[in-house]
Design a protein around this ligand. Structure first.
Ligand SMILES: *[C@@H]1O[C@H](CO)[C@@H](O)[C@H](O)[C@H]1NC(C)=O
Ligand SMILES: *[C@@H]1O[C@H](CO)[C@@H](O)[C@H](O)[C@H]1NC(C)=O
Length: 472
Protein backbone atom coordinates (compact mmCIF):
# COMPACT_ATOMS: atom_id res chain seq x y z
CA UNK A 1 0.00 0.00 0.00
CA UNK A 2 2.85 2.28 0.86
CA UNK A 3 4.31 1.57 -2.56
CA UNK A 4 1.06 2.40 -4.29
CA UNK A 5 0.74 5.72 -2.49
CA UNK A 6 4.27 6.53 -3.50
CA UNK A 7 3.55 5.66 -7.13
CA UNK A 8 0.41 7.82 -7.20
CA UNK A 9 2.33 10.69 -5.69
CA UNK A 10 5.01 10.40 -8.35
CA UNK A 11 2.37 10.30 -11.05
CA UNK A 12 0.58 13.34 -9.69
CA UNK A 13 3.83 15.24 -9.54
CA UNK A 14 4.38 14.56 -13.20
CA UNK A 15 0.81 15.38 -14.17
CA UNK A 16 1.91 17.73 -16.92
CA UNK A 17 3.85 15.13 -18.73
CA UNK A 18 1.04 12.62 -18.41
CA UNK A 19 -1.42 15.03 -19.95
CA UNK A 20 0.97 15.64 -22.74
CA UNK A 21 1.28 11.91 -23.21
CA UNK A 22 -2.44 11.41 -23.21
CA UNK A 23 -3.06 14.13 -25.78
CA UNK A 24 -0.40 12.67 -27.87
CA UNK A 25 -2.00 9.33 -27.74
CA UNK A 26 -5.41 10.69 -28.75
CA UNK A 27 -3.77 12.28 -31.73
CA UNK A 28 -2.46 8.96 -32.82
CA UNK A 29 -5.81 7.29 -32.47
CA UNK A 30 -7.18 9.84 -34.90
CA UNK A 31 -4.90 8.41 -37.50
CA UNK A 32 -2.14 10.97 -37.46
CA UNK A 33 1.18 9.50 -38.44
CA UNK A 34 2.07 8.79 -34.88
CA UNK A 35 3.81 5.86 -33.36
CA UNK A 36 2.00 3.38 -31.18
CA UNK A 37 5.32 2.02 -30.12
CA UNK A 38 6.23 -0.34 -27.40
CA UNK A 39 6.60 1.43 -24.11
CA UNK A 40 9.87 1.26 -22.34
CA UNK A 41 9.52 1.04 -18.62
CA UNK A 42 6.38 0.79 -16.55
CA UNK A 43 3.07 1.52 -18.27
CA UNK A 44 1.03 4.37 -16.84
CA UNK A 45 -2.70 3.94 -16.47
CA UNK A 46 -5.26 6.70 -16.72
CA UNK A 47 -9.00 7.04 -17.31
CA UNK A 48 -11.09 9.93 -18.51
CA UNK A 49 -13.08 11.64 -15.79
CA UNK A 50 -16.43 13.22 -16.59
CA UNK A 51 -14.97 16.69 -16.76
CA UNK A 52 -12.79 15.73 -19.62
CA UNK A 53 -9.56 15.66 -17.65
CA UNK A 54 -7.33 12.69 -17.35
CA UNK A 55 -7.21 11.30 -13.85
CA UNK A 56 -5.19 8.51 -12.48
CA UNK A 57 -6.95 5.34 -11.57
CA UNK A 58 -4.71 3.02 -9.70
CA UNK A 59 -7.32 0.27 -9.53
CA UNK A 60 -8.28 0.14 -13.18
CA UNK A 61 -7.23 -2.66 -15.44
CA UNK A 62 -4.72 -1.21 -17.83
CA UNK A 63 -6.80 -0.10 -20.80
CA UNK A 64 -4.29 2.21 -22.38
CA UNK A 65 -0.54 1.97 -22.30
CA UNK A 66 0.97 5.36 -22.71
CA UNK A 67 4.22 5.35 -24.54
CA UNK A 68 6.82 8.02 -24.33
CA UNK A 69 8.89 6.49 -27.09
CA UNK A 70 8.74 7.99 -30.56
CA UNK A 71 10.31 5.82 -33.21
CA UNK A 72 11.32 7.56 -36.41
CA UNK A 73 10.13 4.47 -38.27
CA UNK A 74 6.58 5.15 -37.06
CA UNK A 75 6.80 8.59 -38.63
CA UNK A 76 7.61 7.19 -42.02
CA UNK A 77 11.40 6.96 -41.99
CA UNK A 78 12.43 4.31 -44.50
CA UNK A 79 15.92 3.68 -43.19
CA UNK A 80 17.15 2.25 -46.47
CA UNK A 81 20.08 4.64 -46.76
CA UNK A 82 18.63 6.13 -49.93
CA UNK A 83 15.31 7.80 -49.12
CA UNK A 84 15.40 11.18 -47.39
CA UNK A 85 14.27 10.55 -43.81
CA UNK A 86 14.63 14.14 -42.61
CA UNK A 87 10.94 14.93 -42.26
CA UNK A 88 10.26 11.76 -40.26
CA UNK A 89 13.04 12.79 -37.88
CA UNK A 90 11.55 16.29 -37.64
CA UNK A 91 8.08 14.96 -36.80
CA UNK A 92 9.36 12.46 -34.25
CA UNK A 93 11.40 15.23 -32.63
CA UNK A 94 8.44 17.63 -32.58
CA UNK A 95 6.30 15.10 -30.71
CA UNK A 96 9.03 13.90 -28.36
CA UNK A 97 9.81 17.50 -27.53
CA UNK A 98 6.38 17.90 -25.91
CA UNK A 99 6.88 15.06 -23.46
CA UNK A 100 9.14 15.18 -20.48
CA UNK A 101 11.58 12.27 -20.37
CA UNK A 102 10.59 11.06 -23.82
CA UNK A 103 12.69 8.91 -26.12
CA UNK A 104 13.28 9.38 -29.83
CA UNK A 105 14.11 5.92 -31.15
CA UNK A 106 16.38 5.39 -34.14
CA UNK A 107 16.13 1.62 -34.36
CA UNK A 108 18.95 -0.74 -35.22
CA UNK A 109 19.15 -2.50 -38.55
CA UNK A 110 18.40 0.65 -40.54
CA UNK A 111 20.40 3.40 -42.24
CA UNK A 112 18.72 6.81 -42.17
CA UNK A 113 19.70 9.56 -44.59
CA UNK A 114 19.16 12.84 -42.77
CA UNK A 115 19.79 16.34 -44.11
CA UNK A 116 21.12 19.17 -41.94
CA UNK A 117 18.67 19.39 -39.08
CA UNK A 118 18.05 21.48 -35.96
CA UNK A 119 16.87 19.64 -32.87
CA UNK A 120 15.83 22.91 -31.38
CA UNK A 121 14.91 22.86 -27.72
CA UNK A 122 13.83 26.18 -26.19
CA UNK A 123 10.22 25.03 -26.08
CA UNK A 124 10.91 21.39 -25.34
CA UNK A 125 10.32 19.48 -22.14
CA UNK A 126 13.36 18.33 -20.23
CA UNK A 127 15.32 15.08 -20.25
CA UNK A 128 14.83 13.84 -23.78
CA UNK A 129 16.70 10.70 -24.83
CA UNK A 130 17.84 10.22 -28.40
CA UNK A 131 18.22 6.45 -28.52
CA UNK A 132 20.54 5.84 -31.45
CA UNK A 133 20.73 2.15 -32.27
CA UNK A 134 20.74 2.43 -36.06
CA UNK A 135 22.91 4.48 -38.38
CA UNK A 136 22.45 8.06 -39.55
CA UNK A 137 24.26 9.20 -42.69
CA UNK A 138 24.74 12.69 -44.12
CA UNK A 139 23.86 13.70 -47.67
CA UNK A 140 26.87 13.89 -49.95
CA UNK A 141 25.28 15.95 -52.67
CA UNK A 142 26.16 19.60 -53.08
CA UNK A 143 22.53 20.74 -53.08
CA UNK A 144 21.70 19.54 -49.56
CA UNK A 145 24.14 22.01 -47.99
CA UNK A 146 23.20 25.28 -49.64
CA UNK A 147 26.09 27.72 -49.53
CA UNK A 148 27.60 25.77 -46.64
CA UNK A 149 26.49 25.17 -43.06
CA UNK A 150 28.33 25.06 -39.74
CA UNK A 151 26.34 22.12 -38.40
CA UNK A 152 24.78 18.91 -39.59
CA UNK A 153 22.91 17.59 -36.52
CA UNK A 154 22.41 20.50 -34.15
CA UNK A 155 20.87 20.15 -30.68
CA UNK A 156 20.26 23.47 -28.97
CA UNK A 157 18.80 25.02 -25.83
CA UNK A 158 17.86 21.78 -24.15
CA UNK A 159 17.64 20.96 -20.47
CA UNK A 160 18.68 17.35 -20.16
CA UNK A 161 19.49 15.69 -23.46
CA UNK A 162 21.10 12.28 -23.88
CA UNK A 163 22.27 10.55 -27.02
CA UNK A 164 22.82 6.89 -26.23
CA UNK A 165 22.99 3.56 -27.95
CA UNK A 166 25.26 1.49 -30.13
CA UNK A 167 24.43 3.40 -33.29
CA UNK A 168 26.57 5.35 -35.75
CA UNK A 169 26.59 8.91 -37.03
CA UNK A 170 28.46 8.96 -40.33
CA UNK A 171 29.23 12.35 -41.92
CA UNK A 172 30.59 10.72 -45.10
CA UNK A 173 33.13 13.53 -45.16
CA UNK A 174 35.43 12.26 -47.87
CA UNK A 175 33.57 14.34 -50.45
CA UNK A 176 34.52 17.44 -48.43
CA UNK A 177 38.09 16.53 -47.65
CA UNK A 178 39.10 16.15 -51.24
CA UNK A 179 40.29 19.22 -53.02
CA UNK A 180 37.58 20.93 -55.05
CA UNK A 181 39.35 20.19 -58.26
CA UNK A 182 39.50 16.48 -57.59
CA UNK A 183 36.94 14.23 -59.12
CA UNK A 184 33.67 14.36 -57.31
CA UNK A 185 32.65 10.96 -56.04
CA UNK A 186 28.99 10.53 -55.51
CA UNK A 187 26.88 7.78 -54.10
CA UNK A 188 24.14 6.46 -56.28
CA UNK A 189 21.32 8.23 -54.48
CA UNK A 190 22.92 11.57 -55.06
CA UNK A 191 23.50 11.18 -58.73
CA UNK A 192 20.11 12.57 -59.69
CA UNK A 193 20.51 15.60 -57.41
CA UNK A 194 23.75 16.43 -59.06
CA UNK A 195 22.38 16.52 -62.54
CA UNK A 196 22.12 20.05 -63.78
CA UNK A 197 24.58 21.43 -61.26
CA UNK A 198 27.27 21.48 -63.89
CA UNK A 199 30.62 19.80 -63.80
CA UNK A 200 32.40 22.81 -62.39
CA UNK A 201 30.15 22.90 -59.33
CA UNK A 202 30.95 19.41 -58.33
CA UNK A 203 32.92 20.47 -55.22
CA UNK A 204 31.28 20.90 -51.83
CA UNK A 205 30.76 24.32 -50.17
CA UNK A 206 33.89 25.75 -48.55
CA UNK A 207 32.18 25.93 -45.13
CA UNK A 208 32.31 22.44 -43.71
CA UNK A 209 29.84 21.29 -41.08
CA UNK A 210 30.45 19.83 -37.64
CA UNK A 211 28.69 16.45 -37.51
CA UNK A 212 27.04 16.71 -34.10
CA UNK A 213 26.78 19.87 -32.02
CA UNK A 214 25.21 20.78 -28.69
CA UNK A 215 24.63 24.45 -28.04
CA UNK A 216 23.33 26.33 -25.02
CA UNK A 217 22.26 23.18 -23.20
CA UNK A 218 22.54 21.77 -19.69
CA UNK A 219 22.96 18.17 -18.56
CA UNK A 220 24.12 16.73 -21.85
CA UNK A 221 25.08 13.06 -22.13
CA UNK A 222 26.62 11.32 -25.13
CA UNK A 223 27.35 7.65 -24.57
CA UNK A 224 27.95 4.46 -26.51
CA UNK A 225 27.72 5.79 -30.03
CA UNK A 226 30.23 6.05 -32.87
CA UNK A 227 30.73 9.27 -34.84
CA UNK A 228 32.78 8.90 -37.98
CA UNK A 229 34.02 10.67 -41.07
CA UNK A 230 32.77 14.12 -40.21
CA UNK A 231 33.36 16.79 -42.88
CA UNK A 232 34.93 18.86 -40.05
CA UNK A 233 34.70 18.58 -36.21
CA UNK A 234 32.94 15.40 -35.09
CA UNK A 235 31.40 16.44 -31.77
CA UNK A 236 31.15 19.99 -30.47
CA UNK A 237 29.87 21.48 -27.23
CA UNK A 238 29.38 25.22 -27.15
CA UNK A 239 27.92 27.14 -24.22
CA UNK A 240 26.94 23.97 -22.34
CA UNK A 241 26.99 23.25 -18.61
CA UNK A 242 27.19 19.69 -17.29
CA UNK A 243 28.42 17.44 -20.08
CA UNK A 244 29.18 13.72 -19.82
CA UNK A 245 30.79 11.88 -22.71
CA UNK A 246 31.67 8.22 -22.25
CA UNK A 247 32.08 4.98 -24.11
CA UNK A 248 32.02 6.64 -27.50
CA UNK A 249 34.23 6.19 -30.48
CA UNK A 250 35.22 8.84 -33.00
CA UNK A 251 37.04 8.00 -36.16
CA UNK A 252 38.19 9.56 -39.38
CA UNK A 253 41.42 9.14 -41.37
CA UNK A 254 44.68 10.71 -40.16
CA UNK A 255 44.81 12.82 -43.33
CA UNK A 256 41.27 14.21 -43.17
CA UNK A 257 41.70 17.99 -42.71
CA UNK A 258 40.28 19.85 -39.67
CA UNK A 259 38.44 16.86 -38.34
CA UNK A 260 38.72 17.54 -34.60
CA UNK A 261 37.39 14.74 -32.42
CA UNK A 262 35.71 16.67 -29.60
CA UNK A 263 35.68 20.45 -29.55
CA UNK A 264 34.75 22.33 -26.37
CA UNK A 265 34.10 26.03 -26.02
CA UNK A 266 32.42 28.24 -23.42
CA UNK A 267 31.48 25.11 -21.49
CA UNK A 268 31.70 24.15 -17.83
CA UNK A 269 31.69 20.90 -15.87
CA UNK A 270 32.58 18.54 -18.66
CA UNK A 271 33.66 14.93 -18.16
CA UNK A 272 34.99 12.88 -21.05
CA UNK A 273 36.11 9.34 -20.37
CA UNK A 274 36.50 5.82 -21.72
CA UNK A 275 36.54 7.05 -25.26
CA UNK A 276 38.53 6.32 -28.44
CA UNK A 277 39.44 9.27 -30.62
CA UNK A 278 41.10 8.84 -34.01
CA UNK A 279 40.98 11.72 -36.46
CA UNK A 280 42.86 14.17 -38.67
CA UNK A 281 43.13 17.07 -36.18
CA UNK A 282 42.99 17.53 -32.39
CA UNK A 283 41.49 14.53 -30.59
CA UNK A 284 40.17 17.00 -28.04
CA UNK A 285 40.30 20.74 -28.52
CA UNK A 286 39.62 22.97 -25.50
CA UNK A 287 38.84 26.54 -26.43
CA UNK A 288 38.05 29.79 -24.66
CA UNK A 289 35.44 29.92 -21.92
CA UNK A 290 36.11 26.38 -20.68
CA UNK A 291 36.30 25.74 -16.97
CA UNK A 292 36.14 22.45 -15.07
CA UNK A 293 37.04 19.97 -17.81
CA UNK A 294 37.98 16.45 -16.73
CA UNK A 295 39.28 13.99 -19.31
CA UNK A 296 40.34 10.49 -18.33
CA UNK A 297 40.85 7.04 -19.85
CA UNK A 298 40.86 8.34 -23.38
CA UNK A 299 42.81 6.85 -26.29
CA UNK A 300 43.95 9.44 -28.83
CA UNK A 301 45.50 8.75 -32.24
CA UNK A 302 45.99 9.22 -35.00
CA UNK A 303 45.44 12.97 -34.78
CA UNK A 304 47.10 16.10 -33.47
CA UNK A 305 46.82 15.22 -29.77
CA UNK A 306 44.94 16.87 -26.92
CA UNK A 307 45.05 20.66 -27.18
CA UNK A 308 44.13 23.74 -25.25
CA UNK A 309 43.79 26.49 -27.85
CA UNK A 310 44.66 28.15 -30.19
CA UNK A 311 43.68 30.99 -27.92
CA UNK A 312 43.81 34.76 -28.36
CA UNK A 313 43.58 34.91 -32.13
CA UNK A 314 43.16 38.41 -33.58
CA UNK A 315 43.73 40.06 -30.21
CA UNK A 316 40.85 38.29 -28.50
CA UNK A 317 40.64 37.55 -24.80
CA UNK A 318 40.59 33.90 -23.78
CA UNK A 319 39.87 32.36 -20.40
CA UNK A 320 40.48 28.70 -19.66
CA UNK A 321 40.80 27.18 -16.19
CA UNK A 322 40.72 23.98 -14.18
CA UNK A 323 41.53 21.41 -16.86
CA UNK A 324 42.57 17.85 -16.04
CA UNK A 325 43.67 15.21 -18.53
CA UNK A 326 44.78 11.92 -16.99
CA UNK A 327 45.18 8.19 -17.35
CA UNK A 328 45.17 8.34 -21.13
CA UNK A 329 47.18 7.13 -24.11
CA UNK A 330 48.29 9.16 -27.10
CA UNK A 331 49.68 7.29 -30.06
CA UNK A 332 51.03 8.23 -33.51
CA UNK A 333 50.04 11.86 -33.22
CA UNK A 334 51.57 15.21 -34.09
CA UNK A 335 51.43 16.42 -30.47
CA UNK A 336 50.77 14.92 -27.09
CA UNK A 337 49.43 17.48 -24.65
CA UNK A 338 49.62 20.97 -26.09
CA UNK A 339 48.75 24.53 -25.13
CA UNK A 340 48.82 26.98 -28.02
CA UNK A 341 48.17 30.72 -28.07
CA UNK A 342 48.47 33.44 -30.68
CA UNK A 343 50.56 36.56 -30.24
CA UNK A 344 48.47 39.61 -29.32
CA UNK A 345 45.75 37.92 -27.27
CA UNK A 346 44.87 38.43 -23.60
CA UNK A 347 43.30 36.55 -20.72
CA UNK A 348 44.68 33.40 -19.14
CA UNK A 349 45.06 29.66 -19.00
CA UNK A 350 45.20 28.66 -15.35
CA UNK A 351 45.23 25.39 -13.46
CA UNK A 352 46.00 22.60 -15.90
CA UNK A 353 47.06 19.08 -14.97
CA UNK A 354 48.31 16.45 -17.39
CA UNK A 355 48.82 13.25 -15.46
CA UNK A 356 49.69 9.65 -16.29
CA UNK A 357 49.78 10.02 -20.06
CA UNK A 358 51.38 7.24 -22.08
CA UNK A 359 52.71 8.58 -25.38
CA UNK A 360 53.94 6.49 -28.23
CA UNK A 361 55.51 7.70 -31.48
CA UNK A 362 54.33 11.24 -30.74
CA UNK A 363 56.17 14.04 -32.54
CA UNK A 364 55.97 16.59 -29.67
CA UNK A 365 54.66 15.02 -26.47
CA UNK A 366 54.86 18.11 -24.23
CA UNK A 367 54.31 21.40 -25.99
CA UNK A 368 53.50 24.98 -25.09
CA UNK A 369 53.52 27.24 -28.12
CA UNK A 370 52.74 30.90 -27.48
CA UNK A 371 53.82 31.80 -31.01
CA UNK A 372 51.11 29.79 -32.67
CA UNK A 373 50.64 30.82 -36.25
CA UNK A 374 48.49 29.01 -38.71
CA UNK A 375 50.50 28.94 -41.88
CA UNK A 376 51.60 32.54 -42.53
CA UNK A 377 54.25 34.43 -40.65
CA UNK A 378 52.72 36.18 -37.63
CA UNK A 379 54.31 39.29 -36.12
CA UNK A 380 55.26 39.29 -32.45
CA UNK A 381 52.98 41.48 -30.30
CA UNK A 382 53.26 42.97 -26.85
CA UNK A 383 50.57 40.86 -25.22
CA UNK A 384 49.54 37.23 -25.00
CA UNK A 385 47.25 34.89 -23.11
CA UNK A 386 49.03 34.28 -19.80
CA UNK A 387 49.77 30.66 -18.91
CA UNK A 388 50.20 29.62 -15.27
CA UNK A 389 49.97 26.57 -13.00
CA UNK A 390 50.45 23.81 -15.51
CA UNK A 391 51.57 20.50 -14.14
CA UNK A 392 52.95 17.56 -16.07
CA UNK A 393 53.08 14.37 -14.01
CA UNK A 394 54.07 10.97 -15.25
CA UNK A 395 54.28 11.55 -18.98
CA UNK A 396 56.05 8.53 -20.41
CA UNK A 397 56.82 6.96 -23.75
CA UNK A 398 58.42 7.77 -27.08
CA UNK A 399 58.77 10.95 -29.14
CA UNK A 400 59.64 11.53 -32.78
CA UNK A 401 60.70 15.21 -32.96
CA UNK A 402 61.07 17.06 -29.66
CA UNK A 403 60.28 15.64 -26.22
CA UNK A 404 59.58 18.90 -24.40
CA UNK A 405 59.08 22.31 -25.91
CA UNK A 406 57.94 25.22 -23.77
CA UNK A 407 57.95 28.30 -26.02
CA UNK A 408 56.43 30.97 -23.83
CA UNK A 409 55.72 34.59 -24.57
CA UNK A 410 58.19 37.37 -23.82
CA UNK A 411 55.42 39.74 -22.74
CA UNK A 412 53.75 37.21 -20.43
CA UNK A 413 56.14 34.41 -19.52
CA UNK A 414 54.70 31.07 -18.36
CA UNK A 415 54.74 30.57 -14.62
CA UNK A 416 54.15 27.68 -12.27
CA UNK A 417 55.09 24.93 -14.69
CA UNK A 418 55.93 21.73 -12.83
CA UNK A 419 57.45 18.56 -14.22
CA UNK A 420 57.58 15.24 -12.40
CA UNK A 421 58.20 11.69 -13.57
CA UNK A 422 58.79 12.62 -17.19
CA UNK A 423 60.39 9.74 -19.09
CA UNK A 424 60.58 10.30 -22.83
CA UNK A 425 62.82 8.39 -25.21
CA UNK A 426 63.32 8.95 -28.92
CA UNK A 427 61.39 6.46 -30.99
CA UNK A 428 63.32 3.95 -33.07
CA UNK A 429 64.07 6.21 -36.04
CA UNK A 430 64.13 9.54 -34.22
CA UNK A 431 67.08 11.69 -33.31
CA UNK A 432 67.84 12.48 -29.71
CA UNK A 433 66.64 16.02 -29.12
CA UNK A 434 66.98 18.24 -26.08
CA UNK A 435 64.15 19.96 -24.31
CA UNK A 436 63.62 23.59 -25.31
CA UNK A 437 62.31 26.37 -23.06
CA UNK A 438 61.83 30.07 -23.63
CA UNK A 439 60.52 32.39 -20.89
CA UNK A 440 59.27 29.35 -18.98
CA UNK A 441 59.29 29.42 -15.16
CA UNK A 442 58.56 26.62 -12.75
CA UNK A 443 59.96 23.64 -10.99
CA UNK A 444 61.42 20.23 -11.81
CA UNK A 445 60.01 18.03 -9.06
CA UNK A 446 61.77 14.78 -9.93
CA UNK A 447 64.62 14.02 -12.31
CA UNK A 448 63.40 13.83 -15.90
CA UNK A 449 64.49 11.89 -18.98
CA UNK A 450 65.81 13.67 -20.90
CA UNK A 451 67.19 16.12 -18.36
CA UNK A 452 65.54 19.53 -18.44
CA UNK A 453 67.92 22.38 -17.64
CA UNK A 454 66.09 25.19 -19.39
CA UNK A 455 63.12 25.68 -17.06
CA UNK A 456 63.80 28.75 -14.91
CA UNK A 457 63.28 28.64 -11.18
CA UNK A 458 60.70 30.76 -9.43
CA UNK A 459 58.48 33.24 -11.15
CA UNK A 460 59.02 35.93 -13.74
CA UNK A 461 59.78 39.07 -11.74
CA UNK A 462 59.91 41.68 -14.44
CA UNK A 463 56.43 41.25 -15.83
CA UNK A 464 53.17 40.16 -14.34
CA UNK A 465 50.41 38.37 -16.17
CA UNK A 466 48.15 41.35 -15.51
CA UNK A 467 50.20 43.20 -18.13
CA UNK A 468 48.45 41.15 -20.73
CA UNK A 469 45.35 43.22 -20.07
CA UNK A 470 43.06 40.39 -19.25
CA UNK A 471 42.15 39.05 -15.87
CA UNK A 472 39.49 36.44 -16.27
C1 LIG B 1 37.52 21.72 -11.27
O1 LIG B 1 36.79 20.93 -12.17
C2 LIG B 1 36.27 19.74 -11.63
C3 LIG B 1 35.58 19.02 -12.75
O2 LIG B 1 36.51 18.67 -13.69
C4 LIG B 1 35.35 20.04 -10.47
O3 LIG B 1 34.89 18.84 -9.90
C5 LIG B 1 36.08 20.87 -9.45
O4 LIG B 1 35.19 21.25 -8.44
C6 LIG B 1 36.68 22.11 -10.10
N1 LIG B 1 37.50 22.82 -9.12
C7 LIG B 1 37.39 24.12 -8.92
C8 LIG B 1 38.31 24.69 -7.90
O5 LIG B 1 36.60 24.83 -9.53
C1 LIG C 1 59.06 36.36 -32.09
O1 LIG C 1 59.81 36.21 -30.91
C2 LIG C 1 60.46 34.95 -30.79
C3 LIG C 1 61.12 34.91 -29.42
O2 LIG C 1 61.96 35.99 -29.20
C4 LIG C 1 61.46 34.79 -31.92
O3 LIG C 1 62.09 33.53 -31.81
C5 LIG C 1 60.71 34.87 -33.23
O4 LIG C 1 61.62 34.80 -34.30
C6 LIG C 1 59.92 36.17 -33.32
N1 LIG C 1 59.09 36.12 -34.49
C7 LIG C 1 59.02 37.14 -35.36
C8 LIG C 1 58.11 36.96 -36.52
O5 LIG C 1 59.65 38.19 -35.21
Amino acid sequence: MKNLTFLVLILLLSENSINANAKNHKHRKQGKAGPPTASKGRPLVYKNDDNGGDVLDANATPSVTISNTFSVRSYGAKGDGVADDTSAFEKAWADACKVQGSTVLIPSGFVFLVKPMAFSGPNCQSNIVFQLDGKIIAPTNFGAWGKGLLQWLDFSKLKGIAIKGQGVIDGRGSVWWNDKTTTYQTDQEDASDLQGEGEDKAGMPSTKPTALRFYGSTDVTVTGITIQNSPQTHLKFDDCVGVQVSGISISSPANSPNTDGIHLQNSQDVIIHTTNLACGDDCISIQTGCNGIYVHNVNCGPGHGISIGGLGKDGTKACVSNITVRDSTIKNTMNGVRIKTWQGGSGSVQGVMFSNIQVSEVENPILIDQYYCDGHRCANKTSNVAISSVSYQSIKGTYVTNPIRLACSESTPCSGITLSTIILHPSLNAKNDSPFCWEAFGEIQTATTPTVTCLRNGGPSHKQPSNSGGSC
